[in-house]
Every structure is written in C-alpha cells, then in structure tokens.
Design a protein around this ligand. Structure first.
Ligand code: FE
Length: 142
C-alpha cells in the first residue's frame, strides 16, 4: 500500500503505491504507527477524487466526485482520534488538464502516478474529537 522512510523522530516520508486510495492508505499508516495526533502534507497525481462542502446554513454536506486525471497541488491535513479511531481531516487542491484547480475537504482520492506525503507524529500527544452542535462539525477535543 505504501513505502515508508522515517527521516527523524516521529517524522515519516510516505510513497503511496499506484492506484491506492489516499485516505484509506493514510488511515492504515496511522493505525500501523499508532499515531494519536499529527499532521500530513504532500503532493501527487490522482485519477478520481471526492470532495465535500459543508453548507453552514443547512449543516448539510454536498459531495462531488471528479473522475479525471489531476495533479495534487496540495494536500494538507491533520490526524487525531475520534472514539479511539484514527480521524483524518484532509483538504486538497488539485489541478486539471487545463491548469484550473478544484478543491475542498477531501473524502477520497485514487492515486494515478505517484503520491508523496510527509507525516508528522506528535508523539506523546493525544487529540480527540467532539461533536459541536453549533457548527455541525467534529471539532478538536484537547
Ligand atoms: Fe474540512
């Protein structure tokens, strides 16, 4: 699913295998390393991705899938735990064939080419999630 190189204490470089789903691979890596809190960033190329938009007025999610080849111009996110399980909060910007970009809260993305990430494990730190009624979001729980 991925190749790993630990570059310093708690800091990893990941190379995801072709055709894997980015969020699932990242979650598997976080489970493997028992990461409780951290950060992730990276670049890559994908052939399909689903983004989410939360309408603050209705608190309803609007999801959209883009089935086309795109470059990940930036993937940024954080790692925490919700009810003990890995909780990834990922945002992405991706560029299309015509160099325009789409982006949003990332639900999933399928690697088509390469995906190179840096993951930082905030070792010794626990960050959870709690549901917030006002925003309809699972916010950080410190
Ligand atoms: Fe988000």
């Amino acid at each position: 699913m991925y190749q790993i190189k630990e570059i310093s204490d708690g800091k990893y470089v990941l190379s995801l295998d072709n055709h894997v789903e980015v969020a699932a691979a990242l979650a598997a890596f976080c489970e493997e390393k028992d990461i409780r809190a951290g950060a992730v960033y990276g670049i890559g190329a994908i052939s399909e991705a689903t983004f989410r938009f939360l309408d603050p007025a209705t608190k309803k999610y609007v999801d959209k899938t883009f089935a086309e080849q795109m470059e990940i111009t930036n993937l940024t996110g954080n790692i925490s735990r919700r009810d003990g399980k890995v909780y990834l909060h990922l945002h992405i910007t991706a560029s299309r064939r015509d160099y325009t970009c789409v982006g949003g809260h990332m639900l999933s993305a399928r690697v088509n080419g390469a995906c190179e990430l840096v993951v930082e494990d905030f070792r010794g730190v626990e960050i959870g999630r709690r549901f917030d009624d006002e925003t309809g979001l699972y916010l950080y729980l410190f």
